[in-house]
Design a protein around this ligand. Structure first.
Ligand SMILES: Cc1ncc(COP(=O)(O)O)c(C=O)c1O
Length: 494
């Protein structure tokens, strides 16, 4: 299995036409794969003969790369059984990678950090691995029409106006806001004019902006339980008082206890609850909107992946039903195009537009207008819609392969797939006695990356057990073999 992930990774990045010699390139790619945990500690490298055949290069080229890695301590030979990734990464690199990974729960947090900084670091959730079976939430970036993009980008750069190269207006590049307003009206039933659309670097920045402009430390925020770890961490680090609110088959389900204190924010993912995948019912939507209207709460709608719906018609946004200007709608290009683009958008009630535009200008001095201009053209010429259409078909096929693999291996009464009507992932619920964190650790050793469902809950000890699996970035031939490996691990814990 690991070999599949590695060969996928190498085939994508290895370039025989490159000016960098093949042996050097292979060494660099393998080194990178080790540092980024594509190859985890103790992973076995393929034999030099197999790798040479796979990449259609000479065996000596592979041997050179392996020897270099051996000399630098990234891998070690075990007599008779092969070459394995070591857990001793050279100092300078280890220091760098420690800085970018979450601090283990029991490690003291640097006391020089602010309260906010300490919270942020303590609860960090970003995974070091961003590609491969079954990393949740990652689109297939290899399908991005980069030639079209590059052509449009060249056009933007042919004769850029001064306004393309200075700071962005706080709301972002106007043609992009126009294209987005059009798309959101058609595809998501968002009720807006272009002025209400503010371009950000993604949902993370959108949340941060909302917290800075509308929230004060100690304000109460209702958050779905379970929910997106990133949102919860941002809210917590903004000093908000988080109240986890249960979800049921109809979405957010506040009870009498919850209603005792009025929240300032209600954070929801109504079109595809994250990570369980249910859709908020119309009755719940109405209840929430009415409650927010009566009490002056802000509803934050995270609409992160609902362009990809495989069952029934696309669902309308919550924002489209709001007649009291209480909903702040957030979307992202991280799922529809690629996460590294770092572009997202906020649709605001009109009264909030001006302060948010000023907020963006003062806090972030937004820029990247050439990228925004390229994207505006990409959307205006219909490439965005056709890319979504293409990806929806591709993801639907991958989803059904994964569902087949699950159905072949498990009784759905014991291992229950859920939330697969839309998006890039599904959740696999496991019996309550299963230690999903241990399963994830063991799966990582076997070369499969998944997230434990319990980690999305406010209190992991009270959480449902399960796994969150992303299938969008896994090529079709790898889905069944990768799931077989995962299934073998799950079976040990059932
Ligand atoms: C539910 C949810 N919201 C928001 C985000 C982050 O979006 P962005 O990349 O735009 O910050 C993610 C990313 O995985 C997500 O899963």
């Amino acid at each position: 299995m690991l070999t599949l992930i590695l060969s996928d990774y190498l085939l994508q990045h290895f370039d025989k036409q490159s000016k960098v010699p093949c042996n050097r390139q292979l060494y660099q790619l393998l080194r990178h794969a080790i540092l980024e945990h594509v190859l985890p500690v103790d992973a076995k490298l393929p034999s030099s003969r197999d790798l040479a055949t796979e990449l259609q290069i000479s065996r000596n080229t592979v041997l050179y790369a392996y020897e270099q890695l051996l000399a630098e301590g990234y891998v070690a030979g075990r007599s008779g059984s092969g070459t394995f990734v070591t857990d001793t990464v050279p100092d300078a690199v280890a220091l760098k990678s420690k800085l970018v990974t979450a601090v283990p729960k029991d490690e003291p947090i640097a006391p020089m950090l602010s309260q906010r900084g300490q919270q942020l670091v303590k609860y960090a959730g970003a995974a070091p691995q961003q590609w491969g079976a079954f990393v949740p939430g990652v689109p297939d970036v290899t399908q991005f029409p980069h030639r079209t993009w590059s052509r449009l980008q060249n056009k933007v750069w042919q004769n850029p106006l001064p306004t393309t190269l200075t700071y962005a207006h706080g709301g972002g590049h106007l043609p992009l806001r126009v294209a987005l307003a059009e798309h959101l009206k058609m595809a998501r039933s968002v009720d807006c004019v272009p002025e209400q659309v503010v371009i950000t670097t993604g949902i993370h920045q959108s949340i941060d902006l909302c917290m800075r402009l509308l929230g004060d430390p100690g304000d109460l925020a209702w958050v779905e339980d379970p929910c997106y770890w990133g949102a919860r961490n941002l809210l917590r680090a903004s000093g908000l008082n988080i109240r986890p609110v249960r979800v049921d088959a109809e979405g957010l389900c506040p009870d009498a206890e919850d209603f005792k204190a009025v929240p300032r924010f209600i954070f929801v993912s109504p079109s595809h609850q994250y990570p369980l995948g249910m859709v908020m019912s119309l009755a719940r939507r109405r209840l929430l909107l009415e409650y927010a209207k009566q009490h002056g709460c802000w509803i934050i709608e995270d609409d992160y992946d609902s362009e990809f719906r495989y069952v029934g018609r696309p669902l309308a946004s919550l924002q489209g039903l709001d007649h009291a200007n209480r909903v702040l709608y957030m979307g992202t290009f991280s799922k529809t195009l690629f996460p590294g683009l770092r572009l997202g958008y906020l649709v605001l009630p009109l009264a909030l537009v001006k302060p948010f535009v000023v907020g963006m200008e003062e806090l972030h001095r937004a820029g990247n207008v050439p990228v925004q201009a390229t994207l505006a053209e990409f959307m205006a010429q219909g490439f965005f819609t056709s890319h979504i259409r293409h990806m929806r078909t591709l993801y639907a096929a991958r989803l059904s392969l994964l569902q087949e693999a699950i159905a072949q291996r498990f009784d759905p009464k014991v291992v229950k797939p859920t939330g697969s009507d839309a998006g890039l992932h599904l959740a696999l619920k496991l019996p309550a006695h299963c230690d999903d964190v241990a399963i994830v650790r063991a799966a990582a050793q076997a070369g499969v990356a998944v997230r434990p469902l319990s980690s999305y809950y406010h209190d992991a000890s009270q959480a449902e057990r399960g796994l969150v699996l992303g299938y969008a970035c896994v090529q079709e031939p790898h889905i069944a073999p990768a799931f077989d490996v995962l299934a073998g691990v799950i079976e040990r814990y059932l």
